[in-house]
Design a protein around this ligand. Structure first.
Ligand SMILES: CC(C)(COP(=O)(O)OP(=O)(O)OC[C@H]1O[C@@H](n2cnc3c(N)ncnc32)[C@H](O)[C@@H]1OP(=O)(O)O)[C@@H](O)C(=O)NCCC(=O)NCCS
Length: 344
């Protein structure tokens, strides 16, 4: 069998590649999450065809004839000025093709490319369900940078009374704080203040990762929304405005992918330091979960990723009934050291 590596510098628009990648992606997904539905090819096509102006996504596909047996995607944000040294990495080889050096071949391609575009650090992630990922990372002398818990809330276990109490305590502060509800995209006239709001996420712990406070731009906000819309992902946001200052104090967002309708994917949640201590985090999360319970009975569970060191967020999530489902680790590898390891 001859396996070749095909490189795509940019968005992939070829329908036959969409089909082949979809089969690969579903086999990988099934290994990780056997209970999940299959991802339809349309969702894969929308993912591969995305090409935001602020982020390049070069890909490498390991092809055996017309079958994709492995793949790597590098995410290079060109507008996050404080993190131009790094590239986030997705990498996988189908279970039946492992331990034949193919993962090594893929990451070698990625590392050479990263060096050619001046990125010095790769940040891949692994999942506790598939120990091969962590073995591979240790073999390459990567360092674990951040361990995150993927926490899941069974909606059947939700304490509705407690959520009503949290929401009522928030609403009781209506002379000071206004709750905003946004379905889908933020109104255009709010984009600048939403860019400012994103900075609250710089307070989330990053462990030992060589990851600096992010720089956010209007492109980040607008293109992320466009990406969700292209994939028909429903997005719900609650935000809170501090009325005396007029500032947005915090927000939470959640997405539902129509391919996995039973699963709500919690996105960001953050409240700026100066507005903490008023129960706003609990208020936001309670409004969201009450909304989902009322309007989306098809959602039977919600997932959220939290750094294991994030005591504040975990405190709220545990009280809501979120429980650890599995762990994921973000690793970091210096590109030059990786290339040296690979050449020995
Ligand atoms: C991680 C992954 C990409 C490795 O792909 P692969 O093609 O099997 O990797 P290689 O054959 O190049 O492995 C290189 C070395 O890594 C180590 N390794 C890889 N898998 C291992 C395992 N299951 N147990 C122990 N060591 C392992 C070994 O040292 C191996 O060399 P050897 O086979 O000569 O002993 C693959 O297991 C995978 O897709 N896992 C799921 C997705 C994932 O976790 N991705 C994150 C990767 S950053």
């Amino acid at each position: 069998m001859t396996v070749r590596v095909e490189h795509f510098a940019d968005a992939i628009t070829d329908g036959s590649i969409h089909q082949a990648y979809n089969a690969f992606d579903n086999e990988m997904l099934h290994e990780e999450e056997p209970t999940f539905a299959r991802r339809p090819v349309g969702d894969t096509a929308a993912m591969l065809a995305q090409s935001p102006s602020h982020e390049r996504r070069p890909r490498w596909l390991l092809m055996d004839g017309s079958v994709v047996i492995g793949a790597a995607t590098l995410y290079l944000d060109d507008e996050d000025a404080a993190n131009l040294h790094l590239g986030w990495l997705d990498l996988g080889v189908l279970p039946g093709h492992r331990r034949r050096g193919l993962g090594t071949r893929l990451i070698g391609n990625v590392a050479r490319y990263a060096r050619s575009v001046g990125r010095t650090t790769l940040m891949p992630h692994t999942n506790s369900f598939i120990p091969a990922g962590a073995h591979f990372m240790r073999h390459l002398a990567a360092e674990p940078g951040l361990v995150e818990g993927v926490n899941e809330l069974q909606m059947a276990d939700l304490d509705l009374k407690l959520m009503e109490e949290w929401a009522a305590a928030g609403r009781a502060q209506s002379d000071r704080f206004e709750l905003l509800r946004v379905d889908g995209s933020w109104p255009d006239e709010m984009i600048d203040e939403v860019v400012a709001l994103q900075y609250v996420m710089n307070d989330a712990p990053v462990g030992d990762l060589d990851f600096n406070d992010q720089v956010f731009t209007a492109d980040h906000v607008i293109e992320w929304q466009e990406e969700l819309a292209a994939r028909n992902i429903s997005r719900f946001v609650f935000a809170i405005r501090d009325l005396p200052s007029g500032r947005l104090a915090g927000y939470t967002d959640l997405g539902i992918n129509p391919s996995f309708r039973d699963l709500g994917q919690q996105g960001d949640t953050g409240v700026f330091k100066e507005f903490r201590g008023h129960g706003l985090g609990k208020w936001l999360k309670a409004e969201m979960v009450l909304r989902i319970a009322a309007d989306h009975p098809e959602v039977t569970r919600i997932r959220t990723e939290n750094a294991q060191s994030n005591a504040a967020m975990l405190g709220i999530n545990h009280a809501m009934g979120f429980r650890l489902h599995h762990e994921q680790t973000i690793w970091q590898i210096n590109v030059e050291e990786l290339l040296a390891t690979l050449s020995t």
